[in-house]
Design a protein around this ligand. Sequence first.
Ligand SMILES: Cc1ncc(COP(=O)(O)O)c(C=O)c1O
Length: 385
Amino acid sequence: MMTPSLRSKVDPFRAMDVLAEANRMIAAGERVLSLAVGQPAAPAPDAAIDAARAMLGHGRVAYTDALGRRELRERISRYYLERHGLAVDASRIMVTTGSSAGFNLAFLAAFDPGDRIAIASPGYPAYRNILKVLGLEPVEIPVGVETDYIFTAAHLQSAHEEKPVTGVLVASPANPTGTVTPPEELARLVTYADAQGIRFISDEIYHGLTYGGEEASALAFSEHPIVVNSFSKYYCMTGWRIGWLVLPPELVRAAERIGQSLYISAPEISQVAATAVFDAAEELDRVRDGYVRNRDLLIQRLPELGFRDIAPIDGAFYAYAGIPEGWGGSTEFARSVLHETHVAITPGTDFDLVRGESFVRLSYACDYATLEEALGGIRRFTQRR
Ligand SMILES: Cc1ncc(COP(=O)(O)O)c(C=O)c1O
């Protein structure tokens, strides 16, 4: 019997399993409130849709350079200047099919099979899965309430001293914890990584969605980090599959060569829409204001509902919290909440293979009324026990 490759044996993304179950319930005519998936309920801004529509009017949607359209790369370069006061040459920017493709390209351009890459646990599960599929070793470093779930330079140093790592990937704001790494800690991380020859990868996909603390790019501290970013979250363009990398000069040609063969280019229509979306700040900030209201509601309600060890809800659009006392595990808790109250939440096992059974993640990228109703359902559910 011919079998799947050994490298394909990665864990399923359980949030997607919850989504599939919720969709089955919806197909059966039931109403489900979803706090399970990390995507904005808001549509892409008008500016993006209008630009795409105008392009379709001309009919032709084609391949672009593997690095992306010049207009978009230059617009992203201008974003760094306007937003962060940083001069990032457009030649270092590569447009990608979402940040998901960006991770593949970054890992392939920077690392060789067997290399060890440090990541925080809990963390975004695709990091672990992509690293494994590519023959790289994820080195999962537990973070918890003692550092407000922030992955620090001290974490990196002790992991590296125990057994050297080749790379480190840090997200700020982070999924699932919503933590924001303070600029001075990010500077310490980048400086330590540079000094040790460790390649620093900074996932900045939730930039624009910081509510407590300050948002810094790793590029402010060095030109060696690889920065991964996307139009999926702040820009509300998940399904357009469009993101970008900022690469250190020595990796640009390597990533371009790999990109030419893996993807040819990111979708041209999405590149055109993304170029226009930078002009939609007002509309996007209104969406963001909605998250701020949702966040305030969660900060108040989660402790009342008995959730514990709540990560600071400082950024992105997630709350990560220990399930109330008396529950065996979060998989059972999430399943019961879904079936009894029709509210979909994600068990922490996606994000933390060791401690995740005690935690759940709630996404608050929905509207306020949905969140309020969902929390009401969870309240009735927990009170019944
Ligand atoms: C931390 C983090 N990075 C990357 C991604 C991938 O996003 P995309 O491929 O849509 O850019 C996600 C999606 O949820 C995420 O949470």
